[in-house]
Write a protein that binds this ligand. Structure first.
Ligand SMILES: NC(=O)c1ccc[n+]([C@@H]2O[C@H](COP(=O)([O-])OP(=O)(O)OC[C@H]3O[C@@H](n4cnc5c(N)ncnc54)[C@H](O)[C@@H]3O)[C@@H](O)[C@H]2O)c1
Length: 320
């Protein structure tokens, strides 16, 4: 049996709730629903252990991780009536880039091999400060936010030199707007049609949406990065500003429109509505990124990992 993976989580929001609960559900029932890779490099989904957690909200600090994930404003639903306490007490996270605070967090990682950074997007300095803490502690770093961490060449070089993997930036949700939109645009091209114009609209009721509505600069570019890797789509694909509708709770509702031309310059029009639990899309890829990072760390493969790129919206080399 492989050694279990020790993970520290930064931010105890909806995505961590979905991840912690999904792993517990799999352990309790053996369910493989929604799990793309039951085993990855010898590591099962149930081989992931949470050993440390950091938050900034006073209500969550000092609570067990498995209690803190249900505190507001988190609104991802309860997946199982029985969730044992984790034994991990949520600690105070970083609020700045102060060196002594970075040292404190590095010292509190409890032997974590992987730091999963899941704080709000749009806080570049905070993201980099946590990446610094992971580097000092000898842990791999996964940036789930749209802030530039893996796209920072200097940081990537330092991770590579230290023998540590650095994965990011921004998750491409397991079955989210980016993945579906990208697949439809690719299909159009494969079938010989000509794209005229396309847009996507995303509405959601999570704290992440509330934050991104106010603070969406890095996210907007990151969403475009996920779509315009097909050169021909650049300039004709638009991402509308995000909309926050609290009553949607953890659902995301997305509308994708594609206008194109087919044989004889005749028109084709397609509208797709997608409704998902947004945090599930993040957990479904985080579970793979964690195991990729741990496996690479153990094999002494450092820096950029090409196998992680399809799970990310903005891997190194894409626009900031
Ligand atoms: N499908 C998805 O949900 C998806 C996809 C791609 C990327 N992401 C990104 O993943 C990240 C997490 O998403 P979420 O829905 O869990 O967000 P969330 O807002 O529910 O959770 C973030 C948590 O981090 C906490 N936090 C704020 N500052 C902190 C700090 N300095 N240290 C520690 N914790 C801090 C917040 O209090 C909050 O509890 C976001 O950046 C989001 O943009 C999400």
């Amino acid at each position: 049996m492989s050694e279990r993976v020790k993970v520290a989580v930064i931010g105890v929001g909806n995505n961590i709730s979905a991840l912690v609960q999904g792993i517990a559900l799999h352990r309790a029932t053996g369910s493989l629903v929604g799990i793309r890779r039951p085993v990855l490099d010898g590591l099962g989904v149930g081989d992931i252990d949470f050993v440390a957690a950091f938050a900034t909200s006073p209500e969550k600090i000092g609570r067990d991780l498995c209690e803190a994930i249900f505190l507001p404003p988190n609104n991802f639903p309860r997946l199982t009536s029985q969730l044992p306490l984790s034994g991990v007490t949520v600690r105070r996270g970083l609020t700045g880039a102060d060196t002594s605070e970075v040292e404190r967090v590095a010292g509190d990682l409890a032997g974590a091999e992987v730091m999963l950074y899941a704080a709000p997007s749009g806080r570049q300095e905070t993201a980099q400060a946590y990446a610094e803490a992971a580097l000092r502690a000898g842990a791999a770093f996964i940036n789930t936010t749209s802030d530039a961490v893996a796209r920072d060449r200097q940081l990537m070089d330092r991770y590579a030199a230290a023998g540590l993997p650095l994965l990011g930036d921004d998750l491409a949700s397991q079955f989210g707007t980016s993945v579906v939109h990208h697949a439809l645009l690719r299909l159009l091209e494969e079938r010989g049609l000509t794209l005229t114009s396309s847009y996507q609209v995303n509405l959601g009721g999570t704290e992440d949406f509330r934050n991104l509505v106010e603070n969406s600069n890095t996210k907007h570019q990151s969403k475009l990065n996920a779509l315009t890797s097909q050169g021909s789509a650049a300039g004709r694909v638009h991402v509308a500003p995000l909309g926050y509708l609290p009553h949607l709770k953890s659902h995301k509702v997305a509308h994708i429109n594609i206008e194109a031309q087919a044989w004889g310059e005749t028109s084709v029009s397609m509208d797709v509505k997608l409704k998902v639990h947004d945090p599930s899309g993040a957990a479904g890829v985080s579970v793979d990124l964690i195991r990729m990072a741990a496996s690479a760390l153990r094999q002494r493969r450092a820096g950029y990992l090409a196998e992680a790129a399809p799970l990310l919206k903005s891997p190194p080399g894409t626009s900031i």
